[in-house]
Design a protein around this ligand. Structure first.
Ligand code: 13P
Ligand code: ZN
Length: 271
């Protein structure tokens, strides 16, 4: 058996959470990450028949039966993950019946998976239905995205259009736009269901006055997606007080989409 602390997925989680902390997005215990792992790879590092704890959940996620995830722990600080992965991270496997998870490794101080587990698991279900190669869900309190939800129209079309206009590469990175949810109580099934519903259409969902959920095929892609939206939101916050002399036009956004062979979200560009 290989040393689990050297497993690429543990190292990737450590690097990601440290980066996110340094971006200033994940104050205190803010943010959470879940990463769907390949069982064959996990087996090299862990006896997957050894369950350290059975954790019932108030959800039906049978679609994910037997799937193994590495997940940040609830109440854990991203700044500490790198120094102590086995306390701050856990590896869980979804029960056959879909209403609980087995802990296979981690949360060594008696901890538990993130309180946003319902949003993560329900999001994984919807994204896997759309893309079998989907793997990662990241939730974070990206500063400028949160700021933007106080001063900008929250309709998906208008929110997305502004983000596209702030930075040339945005159309190329998220032509499918961003979903937006109004303020809701976090950490429960309801926000999980609403988030997952949006994930049928979007890889990114903004939670007004709270943060963002991003999804993707690997950690780099998912982090990059959020980073690009956050950069765009930062430019918006920097310029919003000033008279705008020019912007990227819809015609230019169309030219970009054509050049990079992407399809802008239908109805989001003006005719
Ligand atoms: P957890 O510490 O339970 O992951 O919660 C952090 C958070 O960002 C809640 O939305
Ligand atoms: Zn949060």
């Amino acid at each position: 058996m290989k040393e689990i602390l050297n497993a690429p997925f543990v190292k990737q989680m450590c690097k990601l959470t440290s980066n996110m902390y340094r971006m200033g997005w994940d104050e205190r215990n803010g943010g959470n990450v879940s990463f769907l792992l390949d069982q064959e790879v996990v087996k090299d590092y862990l006896d997957i028949n050894k369950v350290t704890k059975r954790i019932p959940i108030n959800l039906d996620v049978k679609f994910l039966s037997g799937k193994i995830f590495i997940v940040t722990g609830t109440g854990k600080y991203f700044k500490n993950v790198e120094d102590d992965p086995s306390v701050n991270l856990g590896i869980i496997r979804v029960w056959e019946e879909g209403n609980g998870v087995d802990l296979l490794w981690g949360y060594e101080d008696g901890g538990a998976p993130t309180s946003e587990l319902p949003s993560h698991l329900m999001t994984h279900i919807e994204r896997l239905k759309i893309d079998p190669d989907h793997r990662v869900v990241i939730h974070t309190h990206a500063t400028n995205i949160v700021a933007m939800t106080f001063v900008h129209d929250l309709t998906e079309r208008e929110f997305t259009r502004t983000l596209w206009q702030m930075c040339t590469e945005c159309m190329v990175v998220f032509p499918d736009g961003v979903g937006v949810l109004p303020w809701m109580l976090c950490g429960n099934d309801e926000i999980g269901q609403k988030t997952a519903e949006k994930m049928k259409e979007y890889r990114l969902v903004v939670w007004a006055h709270h943060g963002i959920f991003g999804t993707g095929r690997d950690i780099d892609e998912t982090f990059g997606l959020i980073e690009t939206v956050e950069k765009s939101a930062e430019i918006f916050i920097k310029i919003m007080h000033m008279p705008i002399k020019q912007t990227i036009t819809d015609e230019q956004l169309r030219t970009l989409a054509k050049a990079f062979c992407v399809t802008p979200k239908s109805g989001f560009l003006n005719n």
